[in-house]
Design a protein around this ligand. Sequence first.
Ligand code: S3P
Length: 429
Amino acid sequence: MLKLKGSITISGDKSISHRALIFASLSTGKVKISNLLESDDVMRTLKILKELGIKIIKKKAQWIVYGNGTGGYIQPAQVLDCGNSGTTSRLMMGAVSSNPISCTFIGDNSLSKRSMSRLSIFLEKMGAEIKLTKKDFLPLHIKGDINLIPMEHVMQKASAQVKSAIMLSALNLRGKTRIIERRNTRDHTERLMRYLRINFEKKILSNNSTSIELNGPYEIKPRDIIVASDPSSAAFFIVGALIIPGSKITLKNIALNKSRIAFIDVLKMMGGKISVKKTKTVSGENVGDIKVTYSLLKSLKIKASLSPYLIDEYPILSIAASQAKGVTVMRGLSELRHKESDRIKSIITNLSRIGFKVVSKKDDIHIKGSNKLQIINPKKIKTYGDHRIAMSFIILSLRFKNKLIIDDESCISISYPDFKKHLKKLSTN
Ligand code: S3P
């Protein structure tokens, strides 16, 4: 049987890549970015920044961004097309909102079904004029203003995108913006801001909420950025090595941001043999190497409070659960309905098609695992155009001698164009 062996360096992190480009565009000069993820989503952000007057060129392996300073975007001549990328749409809406320009944002079919009012309510309160389609969706028109009112925002939903968008808007506003998060979310924006020496205050309040306070407008001095490798992309090979007998791999240079690697703790609690070793810090993020050996997994009850930290890993965790002994329960997954596909439906439909016992109760998923299940006839997997569903089931297919037929693999390029190349590099007989 095929197994995963050897060592690779995973591609750049998607969340950090979007932020590296945007912060570079807001700097007052030339920024070189290394290890930028060149995926469809990130290239959408790059193209939109060009439409907003930012010069960006590629030289050898580096991207060079000529920042125009905060408030330096010019009126775009065209609509801003975010493709499939939720992060592009939310972060760029925030970034343009405090510039005196009018922009129309559009997206593909999937993105046009995802909520934008979760962000626009905050920007509208500050005074931005926003017209949404059917009160919630793209296409969306926004008229930005340098005189938006800086204020306090209390976030009910846990979303790193919404938090970051408000922070990006605040960078160009005169006065104090305060964001209160009831539940912590991933903190790449804060880390990159510290690295870029942008002053702000982040503290835990007595009720355990987090407060982030910015006092703009800011001048961001150019500083080169190195993008750490993506732990969410690494997660596919980590689970692959855990479930395929005889596997042993090392993944290098991975961002070890605590708000991103909770899935490693979950997999360890399931019995996974994984070791993590920090090697250095790059551009504000800790990075290190991850070693994984095939393991017999057992089921786990995963608490709802972990969901903001596992948000992109539930599809691949459900693959691990399918190979674990017992019933794994994942709780509090309501946000999964608002991703590139309704991921609760995508997980349930595909695992049950293969023959696993899976149920979804309200916002929870229950998966009865079995590493004994065999497939006689090929089974078709529906990705719903969702990159993480496609890669998760390609990994499960390795367990079944490639008997799962993935209906559409093209969506993988949204977050990890080199996935198949890297998988091939790790695969041996
Ligand atoms: C992201 C935040 C998460 C995540 C997405 C990237 C980011 O979305 O699912 O892939 O870069 O800030 P939410 O903010 O909606 O949780």
